[in-house]
Design a protein around this ligand. Structure first.
Ligand code: ATP
Ligand code: ZN
Ligand code: MG
Length: 302
């Protein structure tokens, strides 16, 4: 961690990531992706005997379900929606003229039925709700998705498009709480095996606006969210590489996911930031994967 060059520049120079000209939007090298998929395999070994099913989402989710999630109420500053050209020949001419003149051609773009996924577990809930009441044991799902958040940054660990791998527990309050506590322990075990400095701390989400501060404070008071912090871009403010969340019955109510007795399900999720964990490995073990410590190589390459 001793070079004066920024970590992002080191990653570009060693061609582990490739710049695009837009902060937070990077091409990943084969080497980077290999570490991502090794970590995913490693993470799956911790929960594979418990999951009831696995899903991978495309980067977009139905706009209607995105609306139901309440994301625009809490985090409008981070959301991304997909818009498209829906006009005819005449509109097309106008659009091309607009582009040629260097004017804003995006004003005519129209909303589609697709929103970018803000957190990997969001598209799961409406799928579960459509199946009717949950089975006795609830659901325990392994997920992966690209996520979008409009937070451009020079910190390589804060991307606009990144992947989360999650385990999600949907069931009773006890099931959701027990799940979250188990994963707080397992997360630390994972970080130990990867030889990464780490610390679990209570956290809150960046709720928007004046009312948002109160919501963040209340989230902390109720100890709903914890993060696994690892120094990546700075030692003073370490980065959240995992998060452990209990949503109470908020999502159960929003999407109408029911237990067998008809009451709303409680949900909890653990999210692994795949790019962040990969970056933490490069940061602490060096840019040359072949030279990583034996224990780390054993954990990831077997
Ligand atoms: P932060 O406080 O750093 O913004 P967060 O609280 O927004 O993180 P969560 O919403 O809990 O993070 O998302 C789950 C996981 O996704 C995080 O633990 C992290 O590993 C990853 N993540 C979140 N935002 C980003 C981002 N902009 N770029 C890369 N990974 C991210
Ligand atoms: Zn989640
Ligand atoms: Mg955030």
């Amino acid at each position: 961690m001793s070079s004066s060059k920024s970590f992002l520049d080191q990653l570009f120079e060693s061609r582990i990531l490739h710049a695009s000209g837009v902060d937070g939007l990077y091409a990943r090298s084969g080497t980077f992706e290999d570490v991502v998929s090794r970590f995913e395999t490693f993470a799956l070994t911790f929960g594979e005997h418990e999951i009831t099913e696995a899903m991978v989402f495309p980067p977009g989710m139905p706009m209607a379900d995105f609306e139901t999630s309440g994301y625009m109420k809490n985090f409008p500053q981070l959301a991304g929606t997909v818009h498209a050209f829906c006009g005819g020949d005449h509109d097309h001419m106008g659009l091309l003229q607009c582009m040629a003149a260097g004017e804003d051609w995006t004003k005519g773009q129209e909303a589609t039925q697709v929103a970018l996924i803000p957190a990997a577990c969001y598209p799961l809930y409406p799928i579960l709700a459509r199946r009717g009441a949950l089975p006795e044991n609830g659901a325990y799902v392994a997920l992966q998705s690209y996520c979008f958040r409009h937070e451009p940054s020079k910190d390589p660990a804060r991307m606009q498009m990144f992947r989360q791998r999650e385990y999600v527990r949907v069931g009773t309050e006890d099931q959701a709480m027990a799940f979250r506590e188990t994963w707080k322990e397992r997360g630390q075990e994972m970080m130990k095996r990867l030889c990464l400095p780490h610390e679990v701390d209570i956290a809150n989400d960046p709720f928007f606006g004046r009312g948002g501060r109160m919501m963040g404070a209340s989230q902390r008071e109720q100890a709903l969210k914890f993060e696994m912090l690892v120094p990546i871009n700075s030692v003073e403010s370490p980065t959240a590489c995992m998060s452990f969340n209990y949503h109470m019955d908020n999502f159960g109510k929003a999407w109408d996911i029911k237990l067998q007795d008809g009451s709303p399900a409680h949900t909890a999720c653990v999210g692994f930031g795949l790019e962040r964990i990969t970056l933490a490995l490069f940061r602490h073990h060096g840019l040359d994967v072949a030279a990583w410590p034996e224990d780390v190589r054993k954990a990831l390459w077997g």
